[in-house]
Design a binder for this molecule. Structure first.
Ligand code: FES
Length: 153
């Protein structure tokens, strides 16, 4: 590489704008509805931030509050759990059990000094790819307002 090329490369690096921070999201999705909804959003090329990491569970009822805490421990800025709509759970009542744990999870987060707004629970069916993308976008905006998660207070 010539000296001139090296200088140009260095100038280019300095003029490059710093990347805008985007919140990282851990999304825990039930296999039968919400994961299929996320898959539909992907295959239909719907726009949502690429900073989402998906973990598939058999049913939202399988989501232990410790999964949520582990997400924050690993440095995610927000955690969401998505399950089948009421009455659509493939294991009959799993999503109702999940819903009951939400209050417990939010109390747990509060007691650890983590803003409960960093956690979100919703229903998404297999045909709701657009809803999945919209929820991710809304949650991302909320987390942008809250700022980066800086650990437990
Ligand atoms: S199978 Fe989807 S919430 Fe139970």
């Amino acid at each position: 590489m010539s000296e001139e090329t090296t200088v140009l490369a260095e100038e280019k690096d300095q003029s490059a704008e710093p990347q805008k921070w985007q919140p990282s999201i851990l999304a825990i999705l039930c296999n039968w509805c919400s994961y299929a909804g996320a898959d539909l959003a992907g295959s239909a090329r719907m726009q949502y931030p690429e900073t989402v990491r998906i973990v598939r569970v058999p049913c939202s009822g399988r989501t232990d509050p410790m999964f949520v805490l582990k997400g924050f421990q690993r440095g995610f800025d927000g955690v969401m759990v998505l399950g089948c709509h009421p009455g659509d759970c493939h294991y009959a009542k799993g999503n109702y059990y999940a819903r009951r744990r939400i209050a417990l999870t939010q109390d747990l987060l509060k007691s650890l000094g983590i803003a409960p707004e960093r956690f979100h629970f919703e229903w998404v069916s297999a045909s709701e790819g657009n809803r999945f993308a919209a929820l991710i976008n809304e949650f991302t905006h909320k987390l942008e307002e809250l700022g980066p998660f800086d650990g437990v207070a």
